[in-house]
Unconditional design. Structure first.
Length: 351
């Protein structure tokens, strides 16, 4: 009888181990937005291929930030999901609250800073390829006015905008980056209006940090150069598209899921750079000349090797204040709390 009982227990253990790990993703926009959410969903699809029947994934799209996000997280946990990826800055507080409620669930919050014993923050140094795309913009503009469609004024967005502008300035000290805010991550109509307003101001290159392809499409319609963000957006602007700073989230998702499965995962924040492969500069569009490609490749190599930092001084802000002295560079803490624009950016940061 004891042997039979042991056999049953062993078999039950096998069945428990064989059960797939249930992984849920919370999205701020639609999975097909062509930008931020699309990039995360490509990561989800990637891990499905990697892990096969070892995992089961689900996602909720266009989830508002705030209480509704917390309710969505709770609903997945009640259905047995043990890993939650909350993929927008505004999900930070709901995720933090859920982490305290459900200690046996693993929580990952993208682009925030709060952590708990079962919750980590993750992001990438997307400012690195954004700097590279700024190099391209600085060399391609003829009017010396580069339009920039920005979403929400938080340190993440300000930091990435500044990196882009520093790239522009390095190649073209006379050029200005004109910023227009949409106050939304994903709003194609407003993004288009913002792009048009920048074109009216004389911009001949349109860049963006918003989630839809509307700015790129608008530039294409006006026969102007464009620089996308989050994903390779060339299909939306086959003639005038230049490049994009892009994400490859699957690399990170695969890594942390392996750690969870083998019991080695620890709640450690992640902020990977280009050397990790999680962030990249998309392949160039057909209109980018060889001399521009060569310059960018030199800086890309230097960034990956750690011998160049986009935020190395001297750097001045819009008011002429020296923010980073020559030979110095900003710390991660300073980058994560950035609330000022560099001197070649035109436009203010809303309070």
């Amino acid at each position: 009888m004891k042997r039979l009982t042991c056999l049953v227990l062993i078999l039950l253990g096998v069945f428990v181990l064989a059960a797939p790990l249930k992984v849920a993703f919370i999205y701020i926009g639609p999975a097909g937005d062509a930008g931020w959410t699309y990039a995360h969903d490509q990561g989800r699809l990637y891990i499905e291929k990697v892990f096969g029947d070892q995992i089961e994934t689900a996602y909720a799209e266009s989830v508002p930030e705030g209480m509704e996000a917390l309710q969505t997280i709770r609903s997945y946990i009640k259905r047995g999901y043990k890993v939650i990826f909350a993929t927008s800055f505004g999900y930070m507080d709901p995720t933090y609250e859920a982490a305290q409620e459900y200690p046996d669930v693993h929580f990952f919050h993208c682009s925030g800073y709060k952590t708990y014993k079962n919750m980590t923050a993750y992001f990438g140094r997307i400012y690195q390829p954004s700097f590279l795309s700024g190099l391209v913009a600085g060399m391609m503009t003829k009017t010396n006015i580069i339009g920039y469609v920005a979403p929400i004024p938080i340190p993440e967005v300000i930091r990435i905008t500044n990196a882009f502008a520093l790239g522009v300035r390095m190649m073209n000290p006379e050029a200005k980056v004109r910023v227009v805010w949409t106050n939304s991550w994903y709003d194609p109509a407003t993004e288009k209006e913002a792009a048009l307003s920048l074109i009216d101001l004389g911009a001949d290159v349109i860049a963006q940090q918003t989630d839809s392809a509307a700015p790129v499409q608008t530039a294409e319609e006006k026969q102007l150069y464009s620089i996308g963000y989050n994903t390779d957006m060339r299909k939306f602007a086959p003639k005038y598209y230049l490049t994009s700073a892009i994400w490859d989230w699957g690399i990170y998702y695969e890594r942390v899921l392996k750690e969870i499965m083998n019991g080695t995962w620890k709640a450690e924040n992640y902020w990977g750079g280009m050397e990790d492969g999680i962030i990249k500069l998309a392949p160039f569009g057909s209109s980018v000349p060889s001399n521009v490609r060569t310059v960018v490749s030199v800086f890309e190599h230097a960034i990956k090797k750690g011998i160049f930092d986009p935020f190395e001084g001297p750097i001045y802000d819009q008011r002429g204040n020296l923010r980073v002295d020559i030979g110095e560079k900003l710390s991660d803490e300073e980058l994560l709390s950035m609330n000022w624009f560099v001197d070649n950016v035109e436009g203010s940061i809303p309070e």
